[in-house]
Design a protein around this ligand. Structure first.
Ligand code: IVH
Length: 680
């Protein structure tokens, strides 16, 4: 393969993996099965093995997982929290054992076999027997400090005492936090009754609970901790094996799982695996396999690590399981950003020990690919921690009167039109400003700095206001002053904070057309596009009435964004909200930028250091005149603005014979077009 093609493929894989990592680790909403993730990962690894000279610096193959969230304090692990290799069958397991035997010839090897808990890895620090901190794995190097939440875990000893052994000065215990099956079912049943979020699986529920900033939430969830290792112990506890370590931990009150064994041979490990796989539905916790570890700690040390995984341990995963059931209904759920996701309501069925009654069908394309209909018999598939999915429809069992599923025309939450521009996979509710499902995101966006910039209206306020039913849509923000008494009644909101909030709201009424357009949260319309639209159309009315052709002439606006703009202003509820916002007194001066766009459609590149302005300023000036500012030089580039220390882009421009300007020339040209520095 040509090198450029290899790099392109690597880039694509890295981007996909990053997206899925984010969905899995940060959002707790996996979009694909783990096995599919593994496939992508291995594809990237294989490419890297073949072309080591092309390994990209941001490749995830030398990291463990996703980036930590920013809202908790970040902590660097003294001993990194690494990952495990996987085996899926007897052959791989025996190969794992052979590799160990080859490294430790003529030594007797015993294996410690444990449950592979399907939760979240955490690290716990005890100083002189007192739990002082709990940290998530994060990306393996750095995790989040979640001590408050960890302290709410009921089966976890907060103080270590033992009448048999000495309490160490420092102990770092590693293990997994999860929600046992019974607790998970109860949690979902309670949430369903309250109309709250239903979790896809115990892992997501546990992850979501640990990441709550308010420890009361974690406390209300039936979390449990299972220990599986000791990262540090001072003074040394003198233990020589993994199995002894588990007993030692258990002695201090740590749960270590319902089953663990010491096996004298790898054949015995295989037998235990088969046994546990059978017992899996009867275990109290969700597991996705077993962990096989060399029992002797000295041998573990001799074996060491290969890149980010121990040579002395592996995860022996269970095979996927499937079950047949029928589709009772197909509902459409509206997400916080307006995406419509079809969910199949199933006749509840046990799959691998977990009852599955809802399964996502992802999008209308997937529904059509499967041709799944209400009444159909389907195979539901699940492997370990994977969210269940419909794998196959059985047409031979289809009742006679089924109908093909279509995308709903109106949002099931707010009845605004549902839209899906050509080439997009996801349908959306177009009532972004009004739809109750999108309310929180719409408000957050509306008040953000580059939008209406109402700094005081943070998440805590928003939560309380939603609770009091004072914020049904963003226009209600400008009526909050009519509810001063209720605002004062909110816990911890004194006279001063209420007044500050109302002042900030009042001050936000004077804005710019560009900020207002941006604040509407129209899909595809970021800050720059909003500015372009403001410059091009000059008034909100003109924008509202623009047709697709006129919109497409705006720099930065392509076919799809143009369609989103049209759809936004077609949704009657959005218009109502816009009217109410204007009626409340939001106003702006006419845009100052010239209506002429002499550089319309031209592509410009800025390179090197400019002395009189930042690159952002230069970019804004160019954009105001209709130019696009690109990061790379090509034959399509109209002109390159070269500051001090311009490098390869300048060289390339010269090679291609493209016009180059220095800063002084650039400023002169801008002044000619009425774009002075202070007008930006
Ligand atoms: S030992 C060097 N034991 O599986 C890593 N891990 O896929 C040693 N896990 O990050 C880990 N149950 O979160 C170990 N009994 C067990 C486990 C276990 C679940 C998790 C752990 C780890 C992941 C690796």
């Amino acid at each position: 393969m040509e090198h450029t093609a290899v790099v392109a493929q690597m880039r694509q894989l890295i981007q996909l993996l990053a997206q899925h990592n984010h969905a899995y680790y940060v959002m707790d909403q996996p979009m694909i099965a783990d096995s599919e993730y593994d496939q992508l990962f291995h594809q990237l690894k294989a490419l890297e093995q073949q072309y080591p000279e092309l390994i990209q610096s941001d490749s995830p193959t030398d990291k463990v997982g996703g980036a930590p969230l920013s809202k908790f304090e970040n902590i660097t692990h003294t001993v990194p929290m690494l990952s495990l290799g996987n085996v899926f069958n007897q052959e791989d397991l025996f190969a794992f054992a052979r590799r160990i035997e080859e490294r430790l010839p003529n030594q007797k090897i015993q294996y410690d076999v444990e449950l592979k808990f399907d939760g979240l890895a955490i690290s716990l620090w005890y100083e002189n027997g007192i739990l002082i901190r709990g940290v998530t794995r994060g990306d393996g190097e750095t995790g989040e400090l979640i001590t408050q939440n960890v302290k709410t875990i009921r089966n976890l000893p907060k103080v270590l005492s033992s009448d048999q052994v000495l309490v160490p000065q420092l102990l770092e215990v590693r293990g997994e936090v999860l929600i046992p099956k019974a607790g998970f079912e109860k949690l979902n049943a309670d949430n369903e009754a309250k109309g709250e979020k239903i979790f896809a699986n115990p892992r997501n529920a546990a992850a979501g609970s640990l990441r709550q900033l308010d420890p009361n939430v974690a406390a209300s969830r039936p979390l449990a901790f299972y220990a599986y290792g000791i990262a540090q112990c001072e003074p040394d506890n003198g233990l020589t094996s993994m199995s002894e370590s588990l007993e030692w931990l258990n002695n201090f009150g740590f749960a270590v799982g319902e089953r663990h064994f010491v096996c004298d041979s790898i054949q015995e490990v295989q037998e235990k695996y088969e046994k546990i796989n059978q017992e899996r539905p009867h275990l109290s916790v969700e597991i996705d396999g077993m962990v096989v570890k060399v029992d002797d700690l000295k041998q573990q040390q001799q074996l060491g690590f290969l890149s980010r995984e121990p040579r002395w341990a592996t995860a022996y995963k269970f095979p996927a399981v499937a079950a047949l059931t029928t589709v009772e209904n197909i509902d459409w759920q509206v997400g916080r950003t307006g995406t419509l996701t079809p969910v199949a309501r199933l006749n509840p069925v046990a799959v691998g020990g977990v009852t599955v009654s809802n399964v996502t069908l992802h999008n209308i394309g997937e529904i059509h690919r499967l041709d799944v209909r209400v009444g159909d018999t389907v195979s539901v598939y699940r492997s370990g921690d994977v969210i269940p999915k419909v794998e196959k429809v059985w047409p031979e069992f289809r009742p006679v009167d089924t109908v093909v599923v279509h995308l709903p025309e109106n949002c099931p939450v707010c009845s605004s039109p549902v839209v899906m521009p050509e080439g997009e996979a996801l349908a959306r509710c177009s009532g972004g400003l009004y739809c109750a499902a999108q309310r929180i995101e719409a408000i957050r966006h509306f008040v953000s700095r580059k939008a209406l910039d109402i700094e005081g209206l943070g998440d805590r306020w928003v939560e309380s206001l939603l609770h009091l039913n004072l914020l049904k849509d963003v226009a209600d923000i400008y009526h909050l002053h009519e509810h001063r008494e209720e605002l004062l009644g909110i816990e911890k909101m004194g006279e001063k904070s209420v007044q500050n909030l109302l002042d900030a709201i009042e001050n936000s009424k004077k804005t710019t057309l560009a900020s207002f357009i941006y604040a509407l949260g129209i899909r595809g319309v970021g800050e720059t596009t909003a500015r372009m639209l403001a410059n091009t159309f000059q008034t909100l009315d003109a924008l509202r009435n623009a047709d697709i052709e006129a919109l497409k002439k705006t720099p930065d606006v392509g076919e799809i964004t143009a369609e989103w703009v049209i759809d936004f202003f077609k949704a009657p509820h959005n218009l109502e909200v816009v009217e109410r916002l204007l009626a409340a007194g939001i106003h702006w001066d006419a845009p100052v930028a010239s209506t002429r766009q002499p550089l319309n459609g031209e592509s410009w590149v800025i390179t090197g250091t400019l002395s009189q302005m930042g690159r952002d300023d230069a970019t804004q000036m160019l954009q105001a005149l209709g130019a696009r500012v690109s990061g790379s030089v090509s034959s399509k580039t109209k002109c390159v603005v070269a500051g001090e220390k311009a490098g390869s882009k300048l060289e390339k421009a010269e090679k291609l014979g493209i016009q180059v300007m220095n800063e002084v020339e650039f400023l002169a040209l801008m002044a000619e077009y009425g774009q002075g520095l202070n007008e930006v």
